[in-house]
Design a protein around this ligand. Structure first.
Ligand SMILES: Cc1cc2nc3c(=O)[nH]c(=O)nc-3n(C[C@H](O)[C@H](O)[C@H](O)COP(=O)(O)O)c2cc1C
Length: 226
């Protein structure tokens, strides 16, 4: 089973709660499922460009005008999108590690999303029966594990939480609706006396998420021959 890990946090692991969640997740995963094929992408080491006009034209103009042939410069502008869509399309599970910044995902992750979630790279639009369109996934990711940390705490459905709203909407759009979350909330020590317990609970949730993924992988692995 191929696991694509996208990390959108610039801090070293010893200073980052979300990276500690992912270290815990990975260590449990490889222990329970040593055959896991892991692809780690640190967005701060391999930063996505903002989607610019040439890349937009190459990726989106063929939808509006099926005969549209991108120029060489437009094609070249899609190099990051094409390379990262290949990693995306090879994956069965997507793991996202990130802090909450200004109630949402860090901008570097949004830039990656704008590169990768593009027609004819990771999904296609198909005419739907009775008019309109439907979305056909070109990837085969079935599950997302979200490893996140925040200073504040948010009840499910809190309108200030644009982070889970963004992740659910974007990946739901391309057919991924299975989302497991390990969230170390209340990490602002001034506001939450129980921040350490909250972190510990999230660490346990990260271990459980790894066990879920390992079980999924082992259930699908071909039976060993004797
Ligand atoms: C630029 C910035 C913006 C932040 N915005 C929020 C926010 O909107 N809501 C919140 O609960 N915490 C916010 N925080 C606090 C972080 O989410 C919190 O410190 C978290 O534990 C960071 O995760 P990390 O330790 O993995 O980096 C912000 C922190 C920074 C640096």
């Amino acid at each position: 089973m191929n696991i694509l890990h996208i990390c959108a946090n610039p801090k070293p692991v010893e200073e980052s709660v979300s990276k500690q969640l992912s270290a815990e997740f990975m260590s449990e995963l490889v222990q329970k499922y040593p055959d896991a094929e892991l692809n780690n992408v640190d967005l701060y080491q391999d930063p996505p460009p903002f989607l610019d006009y040439p890349a937009f034209r190459a990726l989106w103009m063929p939808l509006m005008n099926p005969g549209y042939a991108p120029t060489k410069a437009e094609k070249n502008a899609t190099a990051y999108a094409v390379r990262h869509a290949e990693l995306f399309n090879a994956a069965d599970v997507l793991v996202l590690t990130l802090p909450m910044w200004n109630f949402s995902v860090p901008a570097i992750l949004k830039a990656w999303i704008d590169q990768v979630i593009a027609p004819n790279l990771t999904f296609a639009f198909e005419p739907a029966e009775g008019g309109g369109f439907s979305v056909k996934p070109l990837h085969h990711i079935r599950k997302i594990v979200l490893l996140v940390s925040s200073g504040g705490a948010y009840q499910e459905g809190d309108p200030r939480d644009a982070l889970t709203a963004e992740i659910s909407a974007v990946f739901g759009f391309i057919g991924i609706n299975d989302l497991t979350i390990a969230w170390a909330d209340g990490q602002n020590a001034l506001g939450f006396q129980d921040h350490a317990e909250r972190k510990q609970t999230a660490m346990e949730a990260a271990v459980e998420a790894a066990e879920e993924v390992a079980e999924m992988a082992l259930a699908e692995a071909p039976a060993a021959t004797v």
